[in-house]
Ligand binder design. Structure first.
Ligand code: AMP
Length: 281
């Protein structure tokens, strides 16, 4: 497995692979890899001849009060995971390599990026779309792998690829969880033991919603209320949002029809966690 921090080196290798007629998969990450990331890499390795894992904590997608400076990292551990899963290359650029002095071009989107996480994290998806389109231009993969854990991100990236005619297949992968249901996340490391216990309320609220849908309830307000009441009962936790939206438009729905996205975000202390349940795919 090669490790590089230059765009030039990535391009040189991808070009050589292309000359041999090989397919290329890309797994964009911010590092501190866990089994969620691992499942994306594993799938990419299964479906492509060569896989590039990018590890880059993208400053553009963090708000001023967010955790950019404390975001966890463990490059040695990440490298071991990538190698053990059969990745061909890690692209680990510096901030300067990605955003040279004078950088002033962005990939932006309206509508889809203004709801859910976009509402509480203004500018976040502009940063995500910009870095992902840059990575797509650098690697030119056949396929790129993203997790449903960040469902809005999946919807946004699929739309970006469609709108900008990028010839890349977006593959969305299932959320990998801890045994008690908490979605694996690099940010879980911030939680102390009390907070970790309280964090399961997020999955609990979504499970209650899932059961209500399974029992035939279709009124969004009833299910949304159940999610909000469940989360609000946990003292350690502050609700950011719990919403039910159409999976394509990300606009709220009155009646739940497949495919619908039930998404929630909470704060536990300083840590913000998100999770979702997708009905009907
Ligand atoms: P991040 O490093 O947090 O930017 O995540 C990189 C990619 O891994 C994104 O596409 C995430 O949606 C995905 N991912 C993060 N956590 C999980 C998880 N628990 N299960 C599946 N995919 C995940």
């Amino acid at each position: 497995m090669k490790i590089t921090n230059t765009i030039k080196e990535v391009r040189k290798n991808v070009k050589a692979w292309r000359t041999e007629g090989l397919t290329v998969g890309l797994v964009p990450t911010m590092g501190y890899l866990h089994e969620g990331h691992q499942s994306l890499i594993r799938r990419a390795v299964k479906e492509n001849d060569r896989v590039v894992v990018s590890i880059f904590v993208n400053p553009l997608q963090f708000g001023e009060t967010e955790d950019l400076d404390t975001y966890p990292e463990d490059f040695a551990g990440d490298s071991k995971i990538c190698a053990s899963e059969g990745a061909s290359m890690i692209f680990h650029p510096s901030e300067h390599e990605m955003y040279d002095e004078g950088f002033c071009t962005f990939t932006d989107m309206t509508g889809l990026t203004e709801t859910l996480c976009g509402k509480s994290r203004p500018g976040h998806f502009r940063g995500v779309c910009t870095v992902v389109s840059k990575l797509f231009n650098i690697v030119s993969p056949d396929r790129a792998y993203f997790g449903w854990k960040d469902a809005q991100q999946v919807v946004v990236i699929k739309r970006m690829v469609m709108d900008l005619n990028m010839d890349i297949e977006i593959v969305a992968c299932e959320t990998v969880r801890e045994s008690d249901g908490l979605a694996k996340s690099s940010r879980n490391v911030y939680l102390n033991s009390n907070e970790r216990k309280a964090s399961t309320i997020l999955q609990e609220a979504l499970k209650i919603a899932e059961k209500k849908i399974a029992s035939g309830v279709r009124a969004s307000h009833e299910i949304q209320k159940a999610m909000i009441d469940t989360i609000s009962a946990e003292k350690e936790v502050k609700l950011d949002y719990a919403e039910i939206v159409d999976l394509k438009s990300l606009q709220p729905v009155n009646t739940i029809e497949a495919p619908a996205l039930l998404a929630a975000a909470i704060f536990i202390g300083e840590t913000r966690l998100i999770d979702n349940y997708i009905y009907g795919i």
